[in-house]
Write a new protein. Structure first.
Length: 326
């Protein structure tokens, strides 16, 4: 497809943390009417609802996805609907159904309706015991211990299989923990790195559910959006990988994160009360090697920890002053 040929885009999980901002970026780039936002239950924000089309679907129900693909003449899907790691441990079979049946439905529709391209996100949750903790390479042992991680590994392999076997152009990145100020994440392990900023602004303190020495790869939302848009525009002949690109931006401990907040808010305090999410965090790498993404489609992040902290706090303070944070 020519780079500027008209696209008709469906975003699943558009009410979620990444989906909500991705939808707005896609509407900006490809025209609001060409980007259908969808969710399962959670009502969309006013911004999402008023800026373009919205429909309720359930990705685990193939007919509901098919209906909107037909109705809106969709040719490209950003498949963001998923159950994250912590909820996935509470409800493993819901996680399997949404993440696996949902993905297979979307891929099958992609083949049956000859869609142009599908974005299939993966995660740092693909790793577990046996993978190096530092600068984890693209190609290494994938033995996750969470149901979420199991579905992400299987999802990468399934999407790669559809590419090889059926010629369906699917692509995906392994997102690190994503930090943002528009929509809260729901039910993940890296949620502390978002919650800490909200509580810093609202209360001046945060009780963290992982230990202070916990280090995970993280990324600010504008970089995550850029990675998603850039990979989807990359010429297919440049790609040697398809659904399993490592992308890195920054890695920090919670102590370093709290220290970065203290540079702006010296009175900020953080206490620690690790829960079951600690074991999940401990099973994931500290930092990742994203050479393949840099080489194959020119990936490069813009935000480091302090730049992200300044932007997060400025935006959340503005919202707080406007009475928009509770
Ligand atoms: N942010 C996700 C989670 O914590 C990882 O992809 O579950």
């Amino acid at each position: 497809m020519a780079q500027n040929e008209m696209k008709r885009i469906l975003v699943t999980g558009a009410v979620g943390q990444i989906g909500s901002e991705l939808t707005m970026a896609l509407r900006e780039k490809y025209g609001a009417d060409n980007v259908l936002a969808t969710g399962r239950k959670t009502p969309p924000s006013k911004e999402l609802l008023e800026s373009g089309p919205f429909e309720y679907i359930d990705v685990a129900d193939k007919a509901s996805v098919e209906a909107v693909v037909d109705k809106y003449e969709i040719d490209t899907i950003y498949h963001m609907a998923a159950i994250l790691s912590a909820v996935g441990e509470d409800k493993p079979w819901l996680c399997w159904s949404v993440n696996m049946d949902g993905l297979k439905n979307v891929l099958d529709i992609g083949v049956e309706k000859k869609l142009t391209r599908i974005f299939v996100p993966s995660s740092i949750a693909v790793w577990g015991p046996g993978a190096p903790l530092e600068m984890t390479p693209n190609e290494t042992v994938l033995k996750p211990t969470t149901m979420y991680g199991v579905t992400k590994v299987a999802g990468e392999l399934l999407a790669d299989y559809y590419f090889k076997r059926f010629g369906l152009d699917c692509r995906g990145v392994r997102y690190p923990g994503i930090i943002s100020h528009e929509t809260l994440p729901g039910g993940g392990t890296t949620d502390y790195a978002v919650g800490i900023y909200y509580d810093a602004v609202i209360k001046g303190s945060y009780e963290c559910f992982v230990r202070e020495d916990t280090v995970l790869p993280m990324m600010y939302m504008p970089d995550a959006i850029k990675a998603t848009l850039d990979l989807m525009e990359a010429p297919v002949e440049n790609l040697k990988h398809h659904n399993d690109f490592n992308i890195a931006a920054m890695s920090f401990s919670v102590t370093e994160l709290a220290g970065s907040i203290r540079k702006v808010m010296p009175e900020f305090t953080c206490t620690y009360k690790p829960d079951s999410r600690q074991a999940i965090a401990d099973s994931w790498p500290n930092s990742i090697d994203d050479t393949a993404a840099r080489e194959e489609w020119g990936w490069k992040p813009a935000f480091d920890l302090d730049a992200m902290t300044e932007d997060m706090l400025a935006n959340l303070r503005r919202k707080h002053e406007a009475g928009l944070l509770v």
